[in-house]
Design a protein around this ligand. Structure first.
Ligand code: EPZ
Length: 413
């Protein structure tokens, strides 16, 4: 499927079930390299990115077997020290295998991930952590090599609470000798899920979810089985879709705690939200008021929901200010939304969004997965027909978006 055709749809109504978290399962699959036993992962999302990570850890020497939404990963004795360039190039998250290989094998050679549409996305903080743990780092020809007879625990300060750097260093530290402290660590729920997984394998990680994580190295990690957390960004995407179409949608299989920032912002915008055990009901029938949004590391408002919020605020009443503080170039969706009639002005990292009465359907291009989602959402409320091309970006991060939206009344194919 290379495009999605979206027509103006009635207010969404019905039930949407959320899948397992992409950004939790990817580091957890990388962490399986550390285990000398068998790992069983349950509720994994069937996504392109998960497939690429499966291929990556398989190429490194792990046996990987799928069974429905379960994944069985078995360690072997021939873990390789090199990650295949063509896989790392395709997906930045493959870089998360670096810490586990370094820690398990004492040496690793991996391609530097390229930039992407939302920014240069360097890995300097990952490498700063590995050298703090005693690794020698060499870069050249687009590759980075790290080696250490055995990593030894140390204190690492992250200049920015990078999610990937926190995960890579935490994983490397689990088999290092002694204690590692990561200061100014990222606090995302996916970090906590990874830490829980590592501890289930016998690691000693405390403090995940706070800005200071302490890891005491152990000799070996064994197998375990683990169910990944629900995808809070997928949930937030459909909460926004329900709100902006004035619909009433029940979203199931969520961790309410992980949704606090989006619940707060939608409530501020006039959306009626009812919270039950592990489901949330979104009622947008009162319309949407303008709100200001500033993206920040967790528990601030997630950058991964900024494009979707911008679509909603494009048709809200009044003027909203959106400030993107996490990535230096995450406004790629703005020119596409403007082609649909949105009134948005960019000033550096800020966007001034003036709500308009309605958008008009157009042919638009998905530049990354969240920008693609924001264009589909805009198409739900735009007059006429919207064609979103290059939807392969969307399929990387959303399980069956078309089906899930269709089942709540969206006109999408
Ligand atoms: C993770 O990416 C997520 N991906 C991203 O989700 C998410 O947007 C991001 O965290 C922020 O929440 C996965 O978990 C697979 P970062 P990551 O390292 O780890 C700078 C999606 O849509 N930085 O926290 O790459 C970097 O340039 C994706 O699902 C350094 O400067 O994000 C960026 O400006 C998109 N040096 C900022 O930190 C480093 O060494 C945040 O990056 C590392 C990062």
């Amino acid at each position: 499927m290379d495009r999605l055709i979206v027509e103006k749809s009635p207010p969404l109504n019905g039930i949407i079930n959320i899948s397992g978290s992409k950004n939790a399962v990817l580091p957890i699959m990388a962490a399986s390299i550390l285990s000398s036993g068998e790992v069983k992962l349950e509720e994994i999302p069937r996504l392109e990115d998960v497939l690429v990570m499966e291929q990556t850890i398989n190429a490194i020497g792990l046996e990987v077997e799928e069974e429905g939404n379960n994944l069985y990963i078995k360690s072997t004795n021939n873990i390789k020290c090199e990650a295949p360039y063509e896989l790392v190039r395709r997906m930045r998250a493959s870089f998360l295998v670096m810490g586990p290989i370094l820690s398990r094998k004492g040496r690793v050679k991996i391609a530097l991930p390229g930039g992407c549409n939302i920014g240069t996305r360097p890995v300097d903080l990952h490498l700063k952590g590995f050298s703090a743990l005693g690794a020698d780092i060499e870069m050249g020809h687009g590759f980075v090599e790290a080696s250490a007879f055995r990593l030894s625990g140390s204190k690492v300060y992250l200049d920015f609470p990078s999610v990937g750097a926190t995960e890579n260093i935490m994983m490397a530290a689990t088999l290092a000798k002694g204690i590692t402290i990561i200061e100014n660590a990222a606090e995302e729920p996916e970090i906590v899920d990874l830490a829980n997984f590592l501890n289930e394998m016998g690691a000693r990680v405390i403090g995940a979810g706070t800005d200071c994580i302490r890891i005491e190295g152990v000799e070996e990690l064994k197998g375990t089985s683990h169910t990944v957390i629900p995808d809070r960004i997928e949930a937030g995407t459909y909460m926004i879709a329900a709100a902006m179409t004035g619909g009433r949608v029940t979203i199931r299989n969520v961790e309410i705690e992980h949704l606090r920032p989006i619940i707060a912002k939608l409530t501020e915008a006039g959306v009626i939200i009812t919270i039950n055990e592990n489901e949330i009901v979104i009622d947008g029938s009162n319309g949407i008021r303008h709100v200001d949004v500033k993206t920040l590391p967790y528990p601030g408002f997630p950058t991964d929901l900024q494009p979707q919020m911008m679509s909603m605020l494009s048709v809200a009443e009044g003027t909203s200010i959106i400030i993107e503080t996490v990535f230096e170039n995450r406004f790629q969706h703005v020119p596409e939304l403007k082609r649909m009639g949105a009134d948005i002005k960019i000033e550096g990292r800020s966007a001034v969004v003036q709500g308009v009465d309605s958008l008009t359907g157009a042919e638009v291009r998905a530049t990354d997965l969240r920008a693609g989602a924001s264009l589909v959402l805009a198409g739900l409320v735009a007059e006429g027909r919207t064609e979103v091309i290059e939807v392969q970006h969307i399929q990387r991060g959303y399980v069956d978006m078309k089906g899930k939206l269709e089942r709540v009344g969206a006109k999408i194919r």
